[in-house]
Design a protein around this ligand. Structure first.
Ligand code: PLP
Length: 388
């Protein structure tokens, strides 16, 4: 039998990434000593106190049944407390919904709000999931370029009025993957006014809010700003903050009716987050945050090693203020894909081509700070031997 795939699924073939993965596997087979700066997945284990909490929770039989619904009240309260402490934002329990990782909620959100033909405003380069949900709901993506000359912020004023009339949803993501940009207060104020005026729901993805490098310049939450809760929600995740990518837990919070729409979709698709994982997440959010401070210090050392190393080799790269990515301009005369291929073939280094995350990423590569300082120094030493 010939299997016929859904037309929308066919639109999603990540050609470039498949090619990179194939090349990576070939290099490993050849015995190359690969330094992987490609995928944004923390290399360190989940902190011990969180694992211990999970071990205890998993033994209790009340946690073995379907969790159902928006998450444990205790989990949603822990999220609310964390928001109050970190951002001085007030949330009630019905303004929070647990997610099976924020990717799950980001990808499913469209099902609650997008009808065929509705426009979704999506930053590019960006996290591919904003568009995935758009395609599956037969929405129309409108890509907002994130350009260096605009500090990698979308130019909301440049969106044509016929697009705005059909737009229902806008995604934003700061600290940003892949550009590592942080949004200033003025941007959030402009965004809130824009969304209110055009009746567009804001979905802010704050997965990297805790990976920052300067205590005096902590990234903001979209929900900190006046009027935000009237028009939008924020997605958050334990993945990057607590090295918990494999655990699959996050949340969405903010506007009660938007949260309810997402929760209703989820009620019909999944049966909630394993309660033992929710309990471990409560431990993560409510106990000492020293593990997060330590992670920040570690990423900072890695960031400095990579950025200083690249700058010495005359690469044009800015020192990121947040996220664990370094967004580097490629050497002149090369495309993103050519540089990725050259780094792999001649230095056994994996990185992500900027254009793989959107066409405005052409001319950049993204390095993830997910290997230790000695390996980063080794990567720099290898890059220094490449002839351009
Ligand atoms: C990693 C990441 C997420 C978080 O994914 P989880 O599903 O919570 O693990 C969300 N948004 C962006 C931009 C990311 O890079």
């Amino acid at each position: 039998m010939k299997i016929c795939y859904n037309e929308k699924l066919k639109k999603l073939s990540p050609y470039l990434f498949i090619e990179i993965d194939k090349k990576k596997k070939e290099a490993i087979e050849r015995g190359a000593d690969i330094i992987s700066l490609g995928v944004g997945d923390p290399d360190l284990p989940t902190p011990k106190h969180i694992i211990k909490s999970m071990q205890e929770a998993v033994t209790r039989s009340e946690n073995h049944q379907y969790p159902f619904g928006a998450g444990l009240l205790s989990y949603r309260k822990a999220v609310a407390e964390w928001y109050k402490k970190r951002f001085n934002v007030d949330l009630s329990a019905d303004e929070v919904c647990a997610l099976i990782g924020s990717k799950e909620g980001i990808g499913h959100m469209h099902l609650g709000f997008i009808n065929p033909g509705d426009v979704v405003l999506i930053p590019e380069p960006g996290y591919p999931v904003y568009n995935t949900g758009t395609i599956f709901t037969e929405g129309v993506p409108y890509f907002m370029p994130l350009l260096e000359k605009n500090d990698f912020l979308p130019d909301l004023g440049a969106i044509p009025s016929d697009i705005l009339k059909k737009a229902k949803l806008i995604f934003i993501n700061y600290p940003n993957n892949p550009t590592a940009a942080v949004a200033p207060k003025e941007f959030y104020l402009e965004l809130i006014e824009f969304a209110k005026k055009n009746n567009i729901i804001v979905a802010a993805d704050a997965a990297y809010s805790e990976i920052y490098y300067d205590e005096n310049e902590k990234p903001s939450s979209f929900l900190e700003f006046f009027g935000a809760k009237e028009i939008g929600v924020e997605f958050h995740s334990l993945s990057k903050t607590y090295n918990m990518t494999g655990w699959r837990i996050g949340w969405v919070c903010g506007n009660k009716d938007v949260v309810a729409g997402i929760a209703k979709v989820k009620d019909n698709y999944d049966s909630g987050v394993f309660q033992a994982v929710q309990e471990a997440a409560i431990t993560a959010l409510t106990s000492s945050q020293k593990c997060v401070e330590d992670a920040r210090k570690m990423y900072k050392e890695r960031r400095d090693a990579l950025v200083e190393g690249l700058q010495k080799l005359d690469w044009k790269v800015n020192l990121p203020k947040a996220s664990f990515y370094v967004w580097a301009k490629v050497p002149e005369g090369y495309t993103s894909s050519q540089v990725v291929a050259k780094l792999l073939d001649e230095a056994a280094i994996i990185c992500t081509p900027g254009n793989g995350m959107g066409k405005s990423g052409e001319g950049y590569v993204r390095f993830a700070l997910t290997v230790n300082v000695p390996r980063i120094k080794e990567a720099i030493a290898r890059i220094s031997k490449i002839k351009w």
